[in-house]
Design a protein around this ligand. Structure first.
Ligand SMILES: [Zn+2]
Length: 292
């Protein structure tokens, strides 16, 4: 049973009746493992380390013991399990670094390491899902659009420090699954290879009349456009890009709050936002996805 909310998580962590290791298995944070040497499924036994339990290989020739944290997010740190689970819960809830530091009294450097680990997992889940099932398909519709992120609209105050990035978004109308890529520019040369990689052939693609998209029908897509100088919705085909456009503000304001200075991290954070979006920004969905 995945915890329903941050509140639920903290309440259960604080309850003296709950056995922490048991909770970790119940919440998907720990999972049964097999022995590295003989591949026999390990059993859980009590032992006198800080966690109170460890894995033991039942094969008498082997007699190995492994940390109960083996293969989990919590294998690498000496922090108490309780605090590590809290940090995980705060990340799932998307609580900022400064607040997590205040709440846990753990150093920011350590929290950043945890956050990087969680984000890396989220990114790999997001990319794996696109690889296994690209957007669209026969009878399905994908809206595409490009937008300038981090743009200093007013050259006053903090915004001045943020460079701008062209981002390219694709969203499946039927499911709301989205992905966003940071691109060098919005030329046909940059955009078409991304579309071909992430959108299945036979999909109906909807876009504005940007010239970068003008040859899409040559790649086995049905291509519908809307002329934004005249309409938001094409009067004949009903084609529009309102779903992808309505996500730009949300993604941009989330990215701004991360105060990224390092361009090399930009794409990872975009994928993190997409991962959260595709989990409907739901605490339990995000938790479940990261732990299954
Ligand atoms: Zn063994």
């Amino acid at each position: 049973m995945i915890p329903k909310s941050l509140f639920d998580t903290i309440k259960q962590l604080d309850s003296k009746e709950n056995d922490l290791c048991g909770l970790c298995f119940q919440w998907g944070l720990f999972s049964k493992k097999e022995c590295d040497r003989c591949k026999t499924p390990l059993r859980i036994v009590s032992c006198k380390n800080g966690d109170n339990y460890c894995f033991e290989c039942p094969n008498s020739k082997c007699n190995c013991h492994f940390s109960i944290r083996k293969g989990s997010f919590f294998y690498y740190s000496k922090l108490s399990l309780n605090v590590q689970i809290e940090i995980f819960a705060y990340w799932v809830q998307d609580i900022g670094l400064d607040t997590v530091h205040e709440l846990t009294n753990v150093s920011k450097t350590t929290i950043i390491e945890f956050f990087n680990r969680f984000r890396a997992k989220a990114v790999s889940i997001h990319l794996k899902s696109l690889e296994l099932e690209p957007l669209g398909g026969n009878g399905k519709n994908v809206q595409i659009d490009e937008s300038l992120f981090g743009h200093a609209k007013y050259h006053i105050g903090k915004n001045l420090h943020y460079p701008s990035y062209w981002c390219f978004g694709m969203i499946e109308e039927e499911t709301g699954r989205i992905t966003i890529m940071n691109v060098q520019d919005r030329s046909e040369y940059s955009l078409v290879p991304i579309i071909v990689s992430y959108v299945q052939q036979g999909t109906t693609i909807k876009s504005d009349q940007w010239r970068g998209y003008s040859n899409l029908s040559q790649y086995n897509y049905h291509h519908l456009t809307v002329n934004h100088r005249q309409n938001f919705v094409d009067p004949d085909t009903q084609a529009n890009t309102q779903t992808i456009e309505s996500n730009w503000n949300s993604a941009k304001s989330w990215m701004r709050k991360k105060h990224l200075r390092d361009r090399s991290k930009y794409q990872e954070y975009l994928y993190e936002w997409c991962f959260r979006h595709n989990c409907h920004f739901s605490y339990s969905e995000i938790w479940e996805s990261l732990t299954s």
